[in-house]
Design a protein. Structure first.
Length: 260
């Protein structure tokens, strides 16, 4: 479990009311647009979580005592503490619903970043198990169960309906990707129209860092991040390394120009 505590977030102890036991946990999403930049930058996840708390505390009509959720889960697999253990949620819609279940929110929304990563699902599962160790019952439900809402969105709710299995716990092995080429491919003086075209494609998909594609000055971290985005778009093996391949050319619509 990768837990980020309230103290690490710079927050005081939660002022939410005590709730030592519940029937289980309800899963939520943000229900608004979530920036896809969270996929590449964990500090953006922390900013997002802090912004959620700030917006809740500023909502005088609802009168929140703290961020509404017990925990949040980010795309990188971190469990972010909210109200935490033994505290009543403010997220489920009514006081009766809040008393019945704790709440964990995945940092995905209804546009932008909508698909939870396996790491996020694993973090939500970490939170469920942590809460079960401290008073939560066995139920796992979506926010929409018992309240008129679309939350937690289609992808998360489908996972909840399957019993919220931990990723990798089934019989289907995880995909195996060929390694992204290292520094040899990016030596000074080597360029690739394929790499540049892929960079432009990633910009169109929301990955704004790669305006002109990578080059010799990119770090190994840059290359790994770049490769991850390519794989997210369905490129793998030869089609995910900037080397011309039939799938990449068909998708990119760029001339078949060899590397120089």
């Amino acid at each position: 479990m990768k837990l980020v505590t309230r103290s690490q977030l710079g927050w005081p102890a939660s002022a939410a009311p005590d709730q030592p036991t519940t029937q289980g946990v309800k899963v939520h999403y943000e229900g608004t647009a979530v920036d896809r930049a969270l996929l590449d930058d964990h500090t953006a996840c922390i900013r997002e979580w802090k912004a959620i708390r700030a917006s809740h505390l500023a909502n005088t009509a609802e009168g929140y005592s703290d961020v509404a959720y017990n925990y949040a889960a980010c795309p990188h697999g971190y469990l972010l503490e909210g109200r935490g253990i033994g505290k009543r949620t403010g997220a489920n819609g009514t006081q009766a619903l809040n008393r019945a279940h704790y709440a964990i929110v995945g940092l995905v929304g209804d546009s932008g970043l909508t698909q939870p990563t396996d790491a996020m699902l694993g973090a939500i599962r970490d939170g469920i198990e942590l809460l079960r160790q401290h008073g939560a019952g066995d139920e796992i439900k979506g926010h929409r169960d018992g309240y008129a809402t679309q939350c937690p969105g289609g992808p998360l709710y489908a996972w909840v309906q399957k019993g919220a299995p931990r990723p990798g716990s089934g019989t289907t092995p995880p995909p195996v990707y060929e390694p992204f080429p290292g520094s040899d491919f990016f030596r000074t003086g080597r360029t690739s129209p394929v790499i540049t075209a892929m960079g432009k494609r990633l910009v169109a998909e929301g990955c704004s860092r790669y305006t002109v594609g990578p080059g010799p000055s990119w770090s190994e971290s840059d290359r790994r991040s770049y490769a991850a985005w390519q794989r997210k778009l369905g490129y793998s093996g030869a089609d995910a390394d900037g080397v011309p391949g039939p799938t990449s050319w068909a998708k990119l619509h760029v001339p078949n120009v060899p590397n120089t």
